[in-house]
Structure formats: C-alpha cells, structure tokens
Design a protein around this ligand. Structure first.
Ligand code: GN1
Ligand code: MG
Length: 355
C-alpha cells in the first residue's frame, strides 16, 4: 500500500506538517478500513463502498444519531461508544474523486477477535449485542434513514440468486451447480421463515453482529464497544442472534475450504443463547425468543446465498482474493447451515423425549 495514494484524504484529517502512517485494519468485505497514526493521534479511516451503500451520507448520519442516543444518560448504556471523528473542515463525510470517506476514533488497549475463544466470551458477546438492541429500543425507528433495502429478506435474496443464474457465465454455473441445488432444495425452511417474519416485530438491530464487530478490552478480555454501525436499521432480533451463531459456532472461518472438518460448537451456542436472553432482560416477546433458533439457521443460509449470488455475478459485491472465493464461502455457509439444523433438530428431539 503506498502512503501517497491516501495523502489527499489523510490531509483532510491531519495537519499539513504532521507525518502520518497508513496501515490496513480489520478484514471487512465491503468497506476499506485503514489505521492512521501520527505522532499525536491514531484514528480509523474508512472508505465507504458506495455501490453497496448508495447513500453514504445516510450511513454517517445514522451512525451519529445512534452514537448520540447510546451516549445519552437516560439510555443507561453500559458500553463505550466509538464516536465519529470530524475532518478538519468539520465534516463527518468527506468526498474526494467520487470516493466517500469517514473517520472514527481509535481506542487504545482494545482488540477485535476473529474467532471466539471460549464459552464465557460467547456469553459476554451475546450479552453486549443484546444490550445494544435493548438500548436502541427507545430510539424511534424513523430517526434513522434507510440504508440497504430488504437486507436480510430471504425471499428477496433468493430472487437475486435466481436472477444471477440467468446472467451467469456457463463456466461459473457449472462450477456452482451443486451448491445452487443445495440452497434451492430448502423449500420447507424458506416457507417457515416467510411465515415467521410476518409475525415478528421490527426493531432497530445491528444486522452485522460478526464476532469481529465487537471491541474487547485487551486486559480484561471483556467487550468494550459494538462497532460497525453501518447496517443498523430495522430488522429482527433473530438476525442479530443468528449472525453471532454464524460467526462463533462453526469451528472454521467463513471461507475455509476443508468444510468436511467443520464442527458445530454446541457449548458456544448455549452460551450465546444464555447471554442474549439475559442481555435482552425481558424486552423480547415469546415469539421473538422462539425465533432465535430459526435465526441461527437463517443467517448462514442467507449470507451463503449472497456469496453464491455474487459468485454468479462475477464477484461484484464482496471483496475476493481468488477466483472461487465466493463459491467456497457459499459452500462453507451451507455446510454450517446443515450443522446448525442437525444440532437444533436433535436438541428438539431430545427435549421431546424428555418432555
Ligand atoms: C459484509 O464488510 P463486512 O465484513 O462488515 C456484509 C455482511 C456479511 C459479511 C460476511 C453491507 O460485512 O452482510 O455478513 O460481509 N455487509 C454488507 O462476512 O453487505
Ligand atoms: Mg459490516
């Protein structure tokens, strides 16, 4: 990465006579995230992918509204809030050559993790994401601008898969055939989700509760702050719970190819559920609590189908490092969907025998 390629944007945040070092940070699949270090400060600089987020100003505004709400004393939110950092011109969004940038404060002494280390960490993670949604329950949803329409709408995502098949190259279609059939074979599950979403209440949810969207304190190992508020918008609690299951319960990364070795970490699932229910502290309806297990199946399924769609569309959405990357991710997520389904079905059966 050449430092000079970012000189123009960095100079919007750093005084002309200050030297700044720019290094990549994190591993998001959509935005470019950088860390900027000067002699006196450190901050996070992000280029918002405006193909994915057609209204970057809305992303930045929402983040501001949410941060202010969480910081308000009456919200009683117990975690830190990472505040946006305005540019030298006082803007939360800077546009240079049709590229959209924003900055956030960097918190020393914190870290992100890509894989959960133990069941206590799973409990703490789920507890903090539940508290996040709980705190946003008092924010009227129309204070937020729409970000990505039908983001976790399964029927819509399957429509997109169908459309992508129509325009895919014959080579990619052949390579993806088995994985496409796997996703398309799940009629019953799709019908179950479609009927459930008609009954669930919408809430402001985070919608990207990957384990690495939480900052942990390096010395206590406890959650410090929820980050990546880009997709905070109306959704269902099961989406947030499900994305935690998706990124914590499989034993492999979402793009690992040795998927026959993947195992479902049951103890992590149990602790995610316990932490999430405790963190919600009674705000969820019984149907929402019942929906969490469906969400655990839904998120690997929905994100897997999105990887597959992107593979068929020649990798225009998610960052990829190799030709088959999106297809590998899709196969991986379908395997995870099968493992979660197997686990939940056997648990239900056991409960039936006991009951
Ligand atoms: C994208 O870029 P990142 O890592 O924050 C995607 C999520 C997916 C995730 C899969 C706006 O999130 O929905 O779950 O990749 N974000 C968007 O790793 O599409
Ligand atoms: Mg994100």
């Amino acid at each position: 990465m050449t430092q000079s390629s970012y000189a123009a944007i960095v100079s919007q945040y750093v005084k002309d006579d200050e030297r700044a070092t720019v290094t990549p940070l994190g591993n998001g699949l959509v935005n470019l995230t950088l860390m900027v270090t000067t002699a006196t400060s450190k901050f996070v600089l992000q280029r918002i992918n405006h193909h994915v987020f057609p209204n970057p100003q809305a992303v930045v505004n929402n983040s501001h509204v949410i941060s202010n709400h969480l910081l308000a004393k009456e919200t009683n939110y117990q975690y830190a809030v990472i505040t946006p950092r305005a540019s030298r011109n006082g803007n939360l969004l800077e546009v240079i050559d049709n590229e959209y940038w924003r900055a956030l404060e960097y918190v020393d002494g914190t870290m992100t993790v890509d894989a959960i280390s133990d069941s206590q960490q799973a409990y703490d993670t789920a507890f903090s994401f539940a508290k996040f949604s709980g705190a946003l329950a008092s924010l009227p949803a129309d204070n937020l601008q729409p970000i990505i329409d039908r983001f976790h709408d399964l029927s819509w995502r399957l429509e997109q898969l169908k459309d992508a098949k129509k325009v895919a190259s014959p080579q990619r279609l052949i390579k993806a055939n088995v994985v496409i059939e796997s996703f398309e074979s799940q009629y019953e599950f799709v019908a179950q989700v479609e009927s459930l979403v008609k009954q669930l209440p919408l809430r402001i949810t985070h919608n990207d509760t990957k384990i690495n969207n939480l900052l942990f304190n390096c010395s206590t190992n406890l959650p410090h702050a929820v980050i990546d508020l880009d997709t905070c918008m109306c959704g269902y609690l099961m989406h947030d719970f499900g994305d935690m299951v998706r990124t914590c319960c499989g034993s492999l990364a979402e793009d690992a190819t040795n998927i026959e070795d993947m195992v479902f970490q049951e103890d992590i699932y149990q602790q995610l559920m316990a932490g999430y229910v405790d963190g919600l502290n009674g705000i969820a309806l019984p149907l929402e609590l019942d929906s969490l297990a469906i969400g655990a199946r839904l998120m690997p399924f929905i994100i897997g189908s999105r990887f597959l769609t992107d593979y068929l569309a020649n990798d225009v959405y998610f960052t990829t490092a190799r030709d088959e990357h999106n297809l590998e991710r899709a196969a991986n997520q379908f395997k995870l969907f099968e493992l979660v389904t197997e686990f939940l079905t056997s648990t239900e059966n056991k409960q039936r025998v006991v009951g």
